[in-house]
Design a binder for this molecule. Structure first.
Ligand code: GDP
Ligand code: MG
Length: 297
């Protein structure tokens, strides 16, 4: 059996979480077009007859300014250190810049082989890809370079093959049917945050945290369907941010609640009453207590 850890890394928005979900065929990480959507290392397991690939989806590599961001970057560095193989994703639609150089610099002392994934090839002209490959080849000694579309699944099969080629022989670490190890509470809180991210702009994505307070079984409905009550909190840092998330006459929080409830009902296969409370928690991004609470739900 080929078994090992594979770190997905790259700048914010490169498509790391999209790729993870595509490979697993299941949503374990939330996606958005805002930077810094992924805040911790998210583990996703793919088991096939060849072996087991344990992916670590990571926050995007950036220069940290807050306690939260320092933690995010620590997740990146520790997953670089513990992985057998690294997949670096880049967004083909963007030009090479300081941020990309910063990412390559973080890889300098890493011993594991690195595969470069040139992502989003579904939205770029083919003749743009080759110069990019040449550029990256000059800058770093990649084990492989593969153009992919995480969204469409293009070349994801080839990627899987190349990953197996670079993993050590070992025993499986997780049961065959295990896809992730994050708690259900964590996933549900992330889904709520994803819906918030879709509707807010500017600083709001960065200052929003979500937390599931309780999940309570209620008596089955008259059709015999399971019913659950979920109390969730949305943290922001200032009262004007709270007002934005609530919206005029509560219109935005209602939309967010409806979208999140539908997806949660699907996951839990139950009718769900979702109670969302928006709370102001000044500077929570620098509060170890709040950060611990969110990380460990
Ligand atoms: P992450 O920050 O690296 O985890 O990036 P996400 O997976 O959250 O994706 C960021 C944005 O890029 C989202 O809007 C995705 O839909 C989009 N995206 C990711 N992969 C692709 C791709 O292969 N093609 C296109 N067109 N968009 C993509
Ligand atoms: Mg992500």
């Amino acid at each position: 059996m080929k078994v090992g850890y594979v770190a997905l890394i790259g700048r914010p928005n490169a498509g790391k979480s999209t790729l993870l979900n595509k490979i697993l065929g299941e949503k374990v990480a939330i996606i958005s077009d805002k930077p810094q959507t992924t805040r911790t290392s998210i583990l996703g397991i793919k088991t096939t007859e060849k072996g087991q690939i344990i992916f670590l989806d990571n926050p995007g590599i950036h220069k940290p300014l807050h306690g939260l961001n320092k933690r995010m970057m620590n997740f990146v560095f520790s997953s670089l250190q513990t992985s057998d193989l690294i997949c670096l994703l880049i967004d083909t639609t963007l030009r090479f810049g300081h941020g990309d150089q910063f990412v390559l610099d973080t890889l300098k002392d890493i011993k594991a082989p690195v595969i470069l994934l040139i992502n989003k090839v579904d939205i770029i002209k083919k003749d743009k890809i080759l110069p990019l490959i040449e550029k990256y080849n000059e800058l770093f000694n990649f084990k492989e370079i593969i153009p992919i579309s995480a969204l469409k699944g293009t070349n994801v099969d080839i990627l899987e093959e190349k990953i197996y080629e670079n993993l050590p022989e070992a025993e499986k670490m997780y049961p065959d049917d295990e896809v992730s190890i994050q708690s259900q509470k964590f996933l549900l809180s992330e889904i709520i945050r994803e819906k918030v991210l879709h509707h807010v702009r500017q600083e709001l994505p960065f200052v929003t945290a979500t937390f599931i307070d309780e999940i309570e079984d209620r008596p089955k409905d008259k059709d015999g369907r399971a019913v659950k009550y979920i109390l969730a909190r949305i943290f922001v840092e200032k009262d004007n941010q709270r007002k934005i998330i609530i919206g005029r006459h509560g219109s935005l929080i209602k939309t967010i609640g409806t979208e999140a409830r539908k997806e949660i009902e699907h996951i839990l296969d139950a009718k769900v009453y979702l109670d969302l409370q928006v709370r102001v928690k000044d500077r929570w991004r620098d509060s170890p207590n709040v950060l611990d609470l969110i990380e460990n739900q």
